[in-house]
Design a protein around this ligand. Sequence first.
Ligand SMILES: Cc1cc2nc3c(=O)[nH]c(=O)nc-3n(C[C@H](O)[C@H](O)[C@H](O)COP(=O)(O)OP(=O)(O)OC[C@H]3O[C@@H](n4cnc5c(N)ncnc54)[C@H](O)[C@@H]3O)c2cc1C
Length: 374
Amino acid sequence: MDKVDAVVIGAGAVGLAIASEITGKNRDVFILERESATGQGASSRNSEVIHAGIYYATGTLKAKVCVEANPMIYKICAENKVPHKRLGKMIVGNGEDELKQLEGLMKQGKTNGVNDLELIDSDRIKSLEPRVKGDMAVLSPSTGIMDAHGLMDFYLRKARRHSGSDPLVLDTEVRGIKKSKDGYQIDTMSGREPFSIEARVVVNAAGLYCDKVAAMVGIDIDQAKYRLHWCKGDYYSLVGKPPATMLVYPPPLKDTLGLGIHTVPDLTGRLKFGPNAYYIDKLDYKVESPVEPFWSDVVTYLPSIRKEDLRPDMSGIRAKTQGPGEKARDFVIEHEEKRGYPGFIDLIGIESPGLTSSPAIAKMVSTKVNELLD
Ligand SMILES: Cc1cc2nc3c(=O)[nH]c(=O)nc-3n(C[C@H](O)[C@H](O)[C@H](O)COP(=O)(O)OP(=O)(O)OC[C@H]3O[C@@H](n4cnc5c(N)ncnc54)[C@H](O)[C@@H]3O)c2cc1C
């Protein structure tokens, strides 16, 4: 059986970012991915927004890694020709209640370390985006968009350059993990052949299946509160010329499920709206939501949008650790030593802002991996 230093399970943005940091130093690292290409999970089914870190409770990992990663993403994109745009964003509100909510968000963002936020009035909104209607807005100049595949290609190129060989093993599904003398035996189905490998360190970055992978090693995922609740988000695209270029958001949903249906401009100039949020049991990417509630949310801030110009587009599925009606939970990034699994690192519930946060998450995980391997 092959023995390597580390195995990363999952070649989404997070797994690839981690692999790009832990390869090198003459290490053997494998990235095991069950699909036949990288980034087929949440990393290619999202809004591609470079978040600033406004919404997340201060002191959470979500806030910490997002605020740290925002300038890292811009730097990576600029230095490595990854398409991106610093479009800026407004979170638009109307009336007393929403003004209070926006003031709360300003405070939250500033305490998190997002230092460039401004509360702007309706005249300023009009001067920036004439078609947007709102009494006031939180303006976030450091929010932008990126090409998620471009970012993942960069991470993979970096991992390959550091490795000297190709660490990526596609079409290889991890099906079992056992503790071995010096680490873990990982049993996979690679194409149609069973294939096993031993690794001193295992990083579980399996996205929507990270709870299943944690259970494989022996972790009680209910006791650890790792069991995932899949939460789907549908998008509708707009036919015709986009009425706004910036990212425009309503105040976030009070049920903590999502950030509300917002404009999702892409790098080709198309505009989508989304994502909404509803829990599902079965993986299915078909857009199921009716257009009406989407449209009625959008017209609160962009009244010129006609319902007949919206078309079902794509969907993505969030890996949430909170179920329906539960409070928002933080990312879990845990070296499972205390549970009796030294060298096993779990990344659980890496929902939004996981794409933005990927370089900071990778830095954090690589520090632990270096400690374990050096
Ligand atoms: C609707 C939506 C909108 C979002 N918008 C944003 C946004 O605008 N900005 C932002 O920062 N974040 C956003 N996110 C969050 C972001 O997309 C995720 O946090 C990020 O992509 C997670 O990356 P990942 O690598 O952890 O997971 P994934 O991309 O899902 O990768 C996990 C990989 O593991 C593989 N895998 C699973 N099980 C196994 C196994 N047993 N063996 C081998 N391989 C396996 C999968 O095939 C997959 O490729 C959004 C998410 C959603 C769903």
